[in-house]
Design a protein around this ligand. Structure first.
Ligand code: ADP
Ligand code: MG
Length: 382
């Protein structure tokens, strides 16, 4: 209940331990945590203090992180649109937080969320029936790619970002897989990760210069009263936020870095416009902001992780990430459950079979016109 009342985007800050290379360079830890909501960073320009919904220090385990994220997975199964994303410079711990280490050691939020979805489903098998669908995308050099399709095999389908009548973002042309258990979803995800672009930069030998977007939609039907709810869980591992000059990238890598910078600065513009409550929000400036438009300022429960390094050599990037994240904290979303009565759900099914005829019938039984099934809705929840 309390969770439902919170309209603000929540922001969690996570500081990773000093890395081997930072220790080898004799880097100093300049980050302090006076309490679980505050982070202080001391740089040559003085001390700066930031406050977030939660601050996780370098010894926080993946389990503890998930304990605080868990409730959002329940919300997605309950019929809410939920988005969890990680922001920060390359090497700050975004992928560690979202995915975990290689070979599923120390799993992060995404694999844990997959397990949790099916745990909740198992616990509610007697009261509901469920249908779970997943898609997995990469935004690389301003191009949207389907990670459920092996690039070597080629794909001719053009992916388009669209919005349905309820404001849900969905991807026209994306491969959508129905999944029936967590193992199946994890296996699909691992296969998808192998289809990603990666390039080595000075910042991180295995850094990804692309954004990763994983979407899981959950349709549940209440067996007692027939009410149908649709939830969507989007999990996004953003590419690194550092400026191109610092990474030592050249040619192709410079192009990648510029595209990443452009998308993250568009995201910054959207965040600024939303936090200043402007009437025009520039979602259309970039594919990343189009993709995230139902998560930022939309009908969504959104959680942002801002990941930072504790080292003095990264002070500037860490401060800029914390300033960015502080603005996100000001945004208010309007999260609403996506549900419809048994009669409307039944008529939608009929409508799928008979097209306009059933839509006409829905009107005649007094269904709200916004609930008339559209082509777009059919595609987002096949
Ligand atoms: P990013 O995705 O932001 O570029 P990574 O998640 O790849 O960064 O993290 C960089 C390195 O730091 C990896 O080797 C990762 O295992 C390690 N790391 C990140 N966060 C933590 C953490 N909280 N505890 C231990 N190691 C971490
Ligand atoms: Mg990464």
């Amino acid at each position: 209940m309390v969770e439902d009342l919170k309209g603000k985007i929540r922001v969690f800050c996570r500081i990773r331990p000093l890395s081997k290379s930072e220790l080898a360079r004799r880097s100093q830890c300049i980050v302090h945590f006076p309490d679980e909501y505050t982070v202080i960073i001391k740089s040559s320009r003085g001390a700066k203090e930031f406050q977030f919904d939660q601050v996780f220090n370098c010894s926080t385990s993946q389990e503890e992180i998930f304990r605080d994220t868990n409730r959002l997975i329940q919300s997605a199964v309950d019929g809410y649109n939920v988005c969890i994303f990680a922001y920060g410079q390359t090497g700050s711990g975004k992928t560690f937080t979202m995915i975990g280490e290689k070979e599923q050691a120390n799993p992060g939020i995404i694999p844990k969320a997959f397990k949790r979805i099916f745990q909740i489903i198992d616990e509610n098998q007697t009261k509901f029936t469920f249908k779970v669908l997943a898609y997995m995308l990469e935004l690389y050099n301003d191009q949207l790619l389907d990670l459920f399709i092996n690039r070597c095999e080629g794909s001719t389908t053009k992916l388009e970002i669209r919005k349905d009548k309820k404001g849900f973002v969905y991807i026209h042309g994306a491969e959508i897989k129905e999944v029936t258990n967590a193992e199946m979803l994890c296996a699909l995800f691992e296969q998808g990760c192998k289809n990603r672009h990666t390039a080595a930069t000075k910042m991180n030998t295995e850094s990804s210069r692309s954004h990763l977007i994983v979407g899981v939609t959950i349709k549940s039907t209440n067996l007692t009263n027939g009410t149908v709810t649709y939830g969507k869980l989007s999990m996004v591992d953003l590419a690194g936020s550092e400026r191109a000059s610092k990474t030592g990238a050249e040619d192709e890598q410079l192009k990648e870095a510029n595209s990443v910078n452009k998308s993250l600065s568009s995201l910054g513009d959207v965040i600024s416009a939303l936090s200043a409550e402007q009437s025009f929000i520039p979602y259309r400036n970039n594919k990343l902001t189009l993709l995230m438009q139902d998560s930022l300022g939309g009908n969504s429960k959104t959680l942002m992780f801002v990941n930072i390094s504790p080292a003095d050599c990264n002070a500037e990037e860490s401060i800029s990430s914390l300033v960015y994240a502080s603005r996100v904290k000001l945004i208010t979303n309007n999260a609403q459950k996506n549900s419809e009565s048994k009669e409307i759900a039944r008529l939608k099914q009929v409508s799928r079979a008979f097209g306009n005829l059933a839509a006409y019938h829905m009107e005649s039984v007094g269904a709200s016109s916004t609930l008339l099934v559209s082509q777009e809705e059919k595609e987002s929840f096949p």
